[in-house]
Design a binder for this molecule. Structure first.
Ligand code: ADE
Length: 229
């Protein structure tokens, strides 16, 4: 069973995502579990302080190393972690290859940054991977951690069934997914492509592949550069 521990100062932000749909089913099937830890519980002193002013001045607070170290070390005393991931806009951009790779791991820890981020020494001492979910800035790493957890957990064998299979996802073969249709076969004069109603499976697969290539060329020519058909 995969275990993901998420460390945050806003645990409430992560209340929702893991108790629904596919992620809930993964938990019920015993294939993955997500535990959220409130960093403030590891803060010492009356104020339960987790952040402080930046040395050298400048706007914004920096998350202190002590509470983070205490939390990480307590978790590490209970089990080994394959990766300790820090969610940050200056990390490596997340993609489907990383999701595939991380879905094969056992225990993952994710640290969510806030304010101006964490003291650099946290990164030096504990973090094994720094991941961004894109070139934009969120108000904290929580939603990014939820994005990673979702993309990873759905790839664990047994989480998805035939209806939700990851094999035909966009990016899984390096291409965008083809268009899909369901009933009715005609809506206000808009017809479903004839080929999809033909029952000719091999021709349908050819059509889908061609549509995938066309869509990828149109929308994401950058993805095509690594391909030769
Ligand atoms: N924290 C703030 N912005 C982020 C981003 N784009 N990716 C990951 N973590 C973040």
């Amino acid at each position: 069973m995969m275990r993901i521990d998420i460390i945050t100062v806003v645990p409430g932000l992560l209340d929702g995502p893991f108790s629904h749909s596919i992620l809930k089913r993964a938990e019920e099937k015993g294939l993955a579990t997500v535990k959220v830890h409130n960093l403030r519980d590891y803060a010492t002193g009356k104020q339960k302080q987790v952040d402080d002013y930046a040395f050298g001045g400048g706007a914004g607070m920096v998350m202190m190393i002590e509470p983070i170290a205490k939390c990480i070390q307590e978790l590490q005393s209970e089990r080994d972690y394959d990766e300790i991931i820090y969610l940050t806009p200056d990390g490596n951009t997340f993609n489907q290859n990383m999701a595939n790779e991380l879905s094969l791991k056992g225990n993952l820890m994710m640290l969510c940054g806030h304010y101006k981020g964490v003291d650099e020494r946290v990164r030096q001492k504990f973090i094994t991977r720094e991941i961004s979910i894109g070139d934009f800035v969120l108000s904290g790493g929580e939603l990014a951690a939820a994005v990673l957890a979702d993309a990873i957990i759905r790839l664990i064998p047994g989480v998805l069934n035939d209806e939700t299979s990851a094999l035909t996802d966009s990016f899984q073969d390096g291409l965008l997914a083809p268009p899909v249709f369901t009933r009715p076969a005609e809506y206000e004069g808009m017809k479903v492509p004839e080929i999809l109603l033909s029952g000719h499976q091999a021709k349908i697969e050819d059509w889908r592949f061609e549509q995938s290539v066309r869509r990828t060329k149109d929308r994401r020519p950058d993805l095509m550069e690594r391909k030769d058909f």
